[in-house]
Write a new protein. Sequence first.
Length: 413
Amino acid sequence: MNSTEQLRGQEAEDPSPEIPLSHRSTSQSGMRAHNERLILSLVRAHGALPKAEIARLAGLSAQAVSVIVRQMETDRLVRKGASIKGRIGQPSQPYSLNPEGAFSLGLKVGRRSGDLLLIGLDGLVRQRVHMPYHFPTPAEFLTFASAGLKQILTELGDKASARICGIGVAEPFDLWKWQEETGAPHEKMAAWKDFNLTAELARLCPWPVIDCNDATAACAAELFFGNGRSYGDHAYLYVGYFIGGGLVLNGQLHQGPNGNAAAIGSMPVPRGDGGTEQLIRSASLFRLELALRNGGIDPALLWQQYEDWSAAEPHLEKWIATAARGISLACAGIASIIECKAVIIDGAMPGSVRQRLTAAVIRELAQVNLDGITPFDVRPGSIGPDARALGAASLPLFANFMIDRDVLFKELN
């Protein structure tokens, strides 16, 4: 039985009306809301916790925790596990997040494809809608988003849909630029310049809409759900149509005053024939797309076949070698400024390609003079093509339910 079937089964068993989570969150305020988010954050971080341990970690009284947890259980945000016996005193019962307690949507605007995901409170993807295209126009993308929302809501059902708390949007800054590289007509890409996707989406759906830079959203996904949890300070590179990045300091996503921190694609690196160029010119997938097209191979496979790129050889191997040289120098530059513990490399590519690219970067780094730079790990990301949409989907969940919201993302209002 899949997740949607389970939810429909719950609807049949529980005919009581559902209070939309978007309404519930606005009625929560003050210390009670803070403590609820604190408890949910602790339970999320530890996987499951009994009330006594929650009270100890949160610095709250046992009575206060009991009242809050009881209400969250009623609200179906947490669920009680089996009793743990064998200790002195009464058996304890751990509480964990209820995956169906809340849902969130994430929309990714890419230069070659769009994605819409539905995730549960546990961050796992429940549904996805994918649309490859040669280049997006605002009208076509809105049509895709509208159709995708209808498909997901229909499959989810009315009762479970009431537990959607918002939609996050991950889109590149200045999407209308780089027309030569994308091969898009000027008039179609220029239409994005004054187009407010967030406002248009707000007309399509009843939930709050939160937007974020696409590479920053991917970094957030790796931080919350992937290998980024293992490192307090790390840099993150996402290799999409254009390479971008993110930065995590003290376990928190650092966006900068304009949301443009860790714009790694703009970093200058040496060019093979002398001089310098931005990393975006040598380590982005548009370079591989161009090589495939010139080699008589349809580059659409890059955006339609995320599991297998074997048909892209030998151009893929050459692209990996070129990209790894630029990325290795960028890694050295990052580590010389920020004493990071790791650089994580992810991208819109099969896991095997991600592994090959990371291994190539490590080999190239062995040829770089790193004297005076604190050693750091280079690791592949763990999420891949879903990273940007997954990071976007995490925004409403953290804004509504987690204490981290004040330091990770902007407020809803």
